[in-house]
Design a protein around this ligand. Structure first.
Ligand code: ZN
Length: 463
């Protein structure tokens, strides 16, 4: 098995701890000097970065929350002047204000180097033709993978997301050997291939590197059989860097975390206390090489565990277990993070008062579907068809602008939203039932919802 930077990926744990300590110290010094937010936080607990003697002292520092990043919109957490920033990415969704992150030239070099590591771990070499079906744009996925793949010397097909027929055609004609996708989109491609009568064994595809949303071991098995590939899991988030934070090797036993660039901890999300290796809790990451946008003890909101035992591949970097979900109310729909109450805020802005509403999330043909149910007054529901239509259009547009994906809007009679089935307040996520066991053709143990619908957006019942 190839290893991109064995001098780091296979270093002894003692050496690694030394590298981490030196890099952490310099990061803390830098944020203390250059970022008002951290200066204030450190002063509040009388912490001077220069006094640090040991890696374990990190545990005493306060967390950085996603709200802190949102409050710093757009540039207040940057640790370098803008003239040193050569790239900016941003992601919308989780909070009212988008998260904006910046990269210096050196940050971009490290980024492509770390993506090269995880792609190599997933089987990609200079001989591969790699098709990147992640979003190219302000989100970090597409461009992040792109430069790492170029660094390896693979031939990159930047197809971005969507137009599945064309993706399949390109895969066939250009002899793609490695596919980068979200797990659900990889399954959409598999479905389309079946529909087009293409046998995956006649393609050149060998590897699928998947990222962007939680998935299951059963989905992996399904994908490997249907696409005839070896599928590996990857993890990244824009706040920390994008893709390249951690990635699985071909042993498929957890994602190697690039610990010489990121210090990971797992804590009890309720108490904030650090947990033993192997225990599931919230992943906390401190960046120790980033120049433009360093973060100290960032609460990722992702639930997982860490495994420090040696891996058969030879890497000594700890392995992150599968992300098992979120610690907060964030919903991941089509790879986009959404806070349900944000939808309530938008509905309230449009209508003047907060209506009763519910987010219904389903998975149909491996694609996430979001329906927003909104209770409206009886006279509007029964008598005012034209007003209803106008309201649906406005709500759909405003919600789409606010959260980054277009939902189906459904107006319903007062008192019809059923709270008892909700998976979290305001949310009915049916995907978790549909995902086990897999594949199940989307059938659902709870039966179909039977809300009386106004019918404006068509029947919501699954056929
Ligand atoms: Zn390994």
């Amino acid at each position: 098995m190839r290893i991109w930077e064995p001098e780091y990926e296979c270093m002894s744990r003692d050496e690694l701890a030394q590298v981490q300590f030196e890099r952490l110290q310099s990061t803390l010094n830098r944020v203390y000097r250059n970022v008002a937010f951290y200066r204030k936080q450190f002063n509040a607990i009388n912490f001077e970065p220069g006094d640090m003697n040991d890696l374990s002292e990190l545990e005493a520092l306060p967390f950085t929350q996603s709200q802190d990043i949102s409050d710093a919109y757009p540039y207040d957490l940057f640790a370098v002047p803008l003239r040193e920033v050569v790239r900016v990415h941003s992601s919308s969704g989780a909070t009212a204000k988008p998260i904006v992150v910046g990269y210096t030239r050196q940050d971009l070099r490290s980024w492509s180097q770390l993506v090269a590591r995880v792609l190599t771990a997933g089987g990609v070499t200079a001989d591969d033709v790699i098709q990147v079906t992640l979003n190219y744009g302000l989100l970090t996925g597409g461009l992040g993978i792109h430069y790492g793949a170029e660094r390896i010397g693979a031939s990159v097909l930047p197809t971005s997301v969507g137009r599945t027929d064309r993706q399949v055609k390109i895969m066939q004609d250009y002899r793609t050997t490695a596919l980068v996708a979200t797990p659900s989109y990889a399954l959409v491609i598999a479905d389309r291939m079946e529909k087009m009568g293409i046998n995956p064994r006649t393609l050149s595809l060998k590897f699928a590197l998947l990222a962007g949303e939680p998935w299951t071991e059963a989905m992996r098995k399904d994908m490997e059989e249907r696409l005839y590939v070896k599928a590996t899991d990857n993890y990244g988030l824009s706040e920390i860097m994008g893709p390249g934070v951690s990635g699985e090797c071909l042993c498929q036993a957890g994602m190697h975390l690039n610990e010489d660039h990121f210090i990971a901890e797992v804590v009890d999300p309720a108490t904030g206390e650090r947990l033993e290796p192997g225990k599931v809790g919230e992943l906390i990451i401190t960046t120790i090489t980033k120049e433009a946008f360093p973060l100290v003890r960032y609460r990722t909101g992702d639930r997982c565990s860490l495994d420090y035992s040696p891996c058969a591949c030879g890497r000594t970097l700890a392995r992150m277990g599968r992300v098992l979900g979120r610690t907060d109310e964030v919903l991941i729909i089509k790879g986009v993070n959404i806070v349900p109450s944000r939808v309530g805020d938008i509905l309230e802005e449009v209508q003047g008062k907060r209506p009763a509403y519910q987010l219904l999330v389903e998975r149909e043909k491996n694609l996430d579907k979001l329906t927003v149910l909104v209770e409206v007054s009886e006279d509007l529901f029964f008598d005012k068809m034209r007003e209803q239509r106008a309201l649906v259009d406005t709500l759909r547009k405003e919600v789409a602008d606010g959260i980054g994906i277009t939902p189906r809007m459904l107006l319903v009679e007062p008192g019809t939203i059923r709270r008892e089935e909700e998976t979290t307040p305001g949310v009915l996520d049916r995907r978790r039932f549909a995902s086990q066991p897999y594949p199940d053709g989307g059938s659902c143990a709870l039966g179909d919802p039977s809300y009386p619908a106004s019918g404006l957006e068509g029947p919501q019942r699954k056929r």
